[in-house]
Design a protein around this ligand. Structure first.
Ligand code: NAD
Ligand code: MG
Length: 398
């Protein structure tokens, strides 16, 4: 029995993971659940699955959880240190890293440093810490398996020697000419750019194909999500600039592709449902049930493709530039974007200001570097403070 921890259990990926777990209950046992502050949901999940350990990162929520689960089998961990120790301990074999944003870095790194199997959905953790994350995995022997649908698709299309060397693979040596990262273009693919100033959070989170949490939904609308994924791909698959291409594919049937030097292109396809990549990693290399319906090709009228338009998606351009500017830039970009997206969701700034705030923070600290996790955290804090002050200025100007 694989002992599984789900970090971010109350979210969209957390729920999909629990659904795949429910399909495969005879091969896995849930030993740890974590979330931010939805106490009622956590109480329900802990009781339903009789989970041995639980933790909520919001201290008042954690206290409430402890009170409510007093008579239950679940032990509520007291603080972040005990939470990370549990992740690293004998109760856990594999960790679904599905906290949203930078908050996921410390617990995910705890799993990586302890040599656990890590199912990586929390792309922000990798974007902000990059090579430090992958080097830590190499040192500890942790197996990092990509859950993000594009990276999971690429992983599935890679030869075994690359699958076994995530973070340090040699694409050229395996005859790979390019990774093709597909993205739907989000809800504003055909909206006139002149209307971007007036777009609302409700419109932005209304993704045409995928059902996801609010932050990644906004990131998909700006295509910052594809930008973060571009950086994620560089880290996971050790790419150089010419190794990777972004392609708009509005139907989200092909989840990404790998092109080989002989002209062959391998694609992974399926319905846009995260239970498929989640099931793929959970007992990799064995295939298990996901609960996802088979793809019915007779229902697909067309598959279309286009190059991304950087005027429409300035965040994508910013992220690709940051990817080659070094670790400091990707840490800054991730932090500034998180603050800007949150401010947009709270109706404090306009949709188009997500890109301008991120760009301003990047240019203010253009030469920053981060060569340790401490430096990453310091830079992350600096970028957040700057982004918050820019949000306040934009609010005053409005
Ligand atoms: P979500 O908002 O639905 O869920 C986020 C989870 O993280 C919740 O359980 C929440 O309680 C927890 N959380 C939030 N803030 C926290 C904090 N400060 N400390 C601790 N826990 C906190 O998000 P989601 O859509 O499930 O996305 C989770 C991660 O997976 C993100 O990094 C996202 O980019 C990635 N991802 C999501 C999808 C998708 O389809 N939803 C696809 C690919 C990758
Ligand atoms: Mg994705």
């Amino acid at each position: 029995m694989k002992k599984l921890a789900i970090l971010g259990a109350t979210g969209s990926i957390g729920s999909s993971t629990l659904a795949v777990y429910a399909e495969n209950i005879e091969t896995m046992s849930l030993t740890l659940l974590s979330a931010w502050r939805n106490v009622d949901k956590m109480v329900e999940l802990c009781r339903l699955h009789q989970v041995p350990f639980a933790f909520m990162s919001c201290p008042s929520a954690n206290t409430q959880l402890k009170q409510q689960l007093q008579q239950d089998v679940t032990q509520v961990l007291v603080d972040q240190a005990e939470f990370e120790a549990c992740i690293a301990g004998v109760e856990v074999d594999a960790v679904m890293a599905a906290i949203v944003g930078a908050a996921g870095l410390a617990p995910t790194l705890a799993a990586v440093n302890a040599g656990k199997q890590v199912f990586l959905a929390n792309k922000e953790a990798l974007v902000m810490s990059g090579a430090l994350f992958m080097d830590a995995a190499q040192r500890s022997g942790a197996q990092v398996l990509p859950v993000d649908s594009e990276h999971n698709a690429i992983f599935q299309c890679l030869p075994p020697e690359c699958q076994g060397a995530i973070g340090h693979c040699n694409l050229k040596q395996s005859g790979i000419s390019q990774l093709i990262l597909t993205g739907s273009g989000g809800p504003f693919l055909t909206t006139p750019v002149s209307e971007f100033k007036h777009l609302t959070p409700a419109q932005a989170v209304n993704h045409p194909n995928w059902s996801m949490g609010p932050k990644i939904s906004v990131d998909s609308a700006t295509m910052m999500n594809k930008g973060l994924e571009y950086i994620e791909a560089k880290r996971l698959f050790n790419t150089e600039k010419s190794d990777i291409q972004v392609l708009i594919h509005p139907q989200s049937v092909i989840h990404s592709m790998v092109q080989y030097i002989d002209g062959s292109v391998l694609a992974q396809m399926g319905l846009p449902d995260m239970r498929t990549p989640i099931a793929h990693v959970m007992q990799y290399p064995e295939r298990i049930q996901s609960g996802v319906a088979p793809l019915d090709f007779t229902q697909i009228s067309q598959l279309t493709f286009a190059a991304p338009d950087f005027e429409r998606y300035p965040c994508l351009k910013l992220a690709i530039e940051a990817c080659y500017a070094g670790q400091g830039a990707t840490t800054l970009l991730n932090a500034a974007n998180e603050i800007a997206v949150e401010a947009f969701l709270q109706h404090k700034i306009r949709f188009d200001q997500i890109a301008s705030i991120s760009a301003d923070v990047l240019s203010m600290f253009a030469n920053s570097q981060a060569s340790s996790i401490e430096e990453v955290m310091a830079l992350d804090g600096l970028a957040r403070n700057k982004a918050l002050s820019l949000v306040a200025t934009r609010v005053r100007q409005a």
